[in-house]
Design a protein around this ligand. Structure first.
Ligand code: GP9
Ligand code: MN
Length: 428
């Protein structure tokens, strides 16, 4: 109801932080190219197998002097996996405690999502690219609600017998063909490319398998680095296309991993990968880190240690683009802002802060991984953090489940007209 919306507004009033004035608007008018690295975990960055880097191109990009990279950035997805990540990235709203918000609420709900905001505030054209069928995760309907002008799904790519593996198009072919469409978009554009090959069960054809598997003996885990390596090569090729077309210079290139590739069911193998005797729940929480990097000419690079996650991406990008968002219904906070609350909420109510990592009933010291028996003062502070996390998640759920954005008048924003969009290819 409208009064639920008031609680949300009140919470956000106290919890949104203002942009960093030294970075706000520094990337104004640039294209935005978001690259979704499927199932890609942060630990792969600089990771080696048999002395060889798994992801040399991403490692180089991570260290680039114009890349702002984050090494305490967590995935915050639940059952909705990829779709939860998309939901957070495009709306700064959490996925749901169960199921997928895109599937359940993608078609009917009102949204004030990145494509629509950038269109209305700054004249951006928007396009999503993905080498799977358009209906997966209800993308074909949800993207209309979010205001995507174009959705290039598998129908838009040439089909050939050896072009696909697993869920769809192989990443190298996907990037190559997407680049052709990308170059034709009116600028400035907001584009996201969702990769696919580095997805469980990490299959790859022989001619693309040129990297050693790990040797944990866990069949699910060991080929993961091979598809991750393939994704890295595909990314390297895509950067070349961007440079050749000139898009590299006038675009903000954003990379993120959507969620883990190796689930917590593989503790023994994870321990081996990390060179440990065994892993604790603290290690598994750390293992939920995924990459987040922003590259742009003129952007000050470096490794930023702030704690954050997928919910924080949209405010970060809008601030860099100089698009005001202090009155939007968004639960994240600009990762480049000063004095941000560095509490990272997981969907099950667990959390990580620079001091504490809470998993179930156990609290760990985030810096050392040791368990903490909290003092009275620490208990108070932990309770406060827990309350913040629970409130944030439940208010976000109220927005999605109650379709509250239909009541919210964002200044100068017109409700997205879903009927305007059609992603079907004309036959013949
Ligand atoms: C399918 C792809 C996979 O189109 O995005 O989604 P996931 O299984 O990772 O949620
Ligand atoms: Mn995924």
């Amino acid at each position: 109801s409208a009064s639920d919306l008031q609680s949300v507004e009140k919470y956000l009033k106290h919890n949104r932080v203002s942009a960093n004035p030294t970075t706000f608007g520094t990337q104004k008018g640039k294209n935005v190219i978001i690259i979704h690295l499927e199932s890609f975990q942060q630990y792969l960055i600089n990771y080696k197998v048999d002395g060889k880097e798994v992801t040399p191109n991403l490692n180089k990009f991570y260290k680039n002097k114009n890349t702002a990279s984050f090494d305490n950035f967590y995935n915050q997805v639940a059952q909705g996996k990829t779709s939860d990540a998309e939901m957070m990235l495009e709306n700064s709203l959490f996925g749901l405690p169960q199921g997928s918000a895109m599937t359940t609420y993608g078609t009917q709900n009102t949204y004030q999502a990145a494509p629509a905001i950038l269109d209305q505030e700054a004249g951006y054209t928007s396009a999503a690219f993905h080498g799977d069928v358009p209906s997966f995760w209800n993308r074909d309907n949800t993207y209309k609600s979010w205001g995507y002008d174009y959705f290039f799904s598998s129908q838009y790519y040439k089909e050939k017998a050896n072009y696909t593996v697993g869920y769809g198009l192989k990443d190298k072919i996907f990037f190559k063909d997407s680049a052709k469409y990308l170059q034709q978009l009116p600028q400035p554009f907001y584009a996201k490319l969702i990769t696919l090959t580095n997805h469980y069960p990490y299959e790859l054809d022989k001619e693309n398998t040129d990297f050693p598997a790990t040797k944990t003996g866990d069949k699910t885990v060991d080929p993961y680095v091979q598809t991750a390596h393939y994704l890295d090569e595909a990314f390297g090729e895509f950067l070349t296309y961007l440079k050749q077309s000139g898009l590299y210079k006038n675009s903000m290139i954003v990379l993120y991993g959507d969620h883990y590739g190796i689930s917590n069911n593989h503790r023994a193998a994870i321990a081996q990968l990390l060179g440990k005797d065994k892993v604790t729940n603290y290690d598994l929480a750390q293992f939920q880190k995924v990459p987040f990097m922003i590259h742009a000419t003129g952007l000050k690079g470096g490794i930023n240690h702030t704690y954050g996650g997928e919910i924080d991406v949209l405010p970060t990008l809008l601030d860099l683009l100089g698009v005001k968002n202090n009155d939007t219904i968004q639960f994240g906070n600009d990762l480049l802002a000063k004095n941000r609350n560095q509490t990272v909420a997981f969907r099950n109510g667990d959390f990580v802060t620079p001091q504490y990592t809470k998993v179930g009933g156990t609290v760990y010291n985030t810096k050392t991984g040791e368990t903490i028996q909290p003092t009275t003062a620490q208990k108070k502070s932990l309770e406060k953090t827990q309350n913040h996390v629970t409130t944030e998640l439940s208010l976000s759920d109220r927005v999605v489940q109650g379709d509250l954005l239909r009541f919210y008048q964002l200044k100068n924003f017109k409700t997205v007209d879903k009927k305007k969009y059609n992603y079907k290819l004309n036959e013949g």
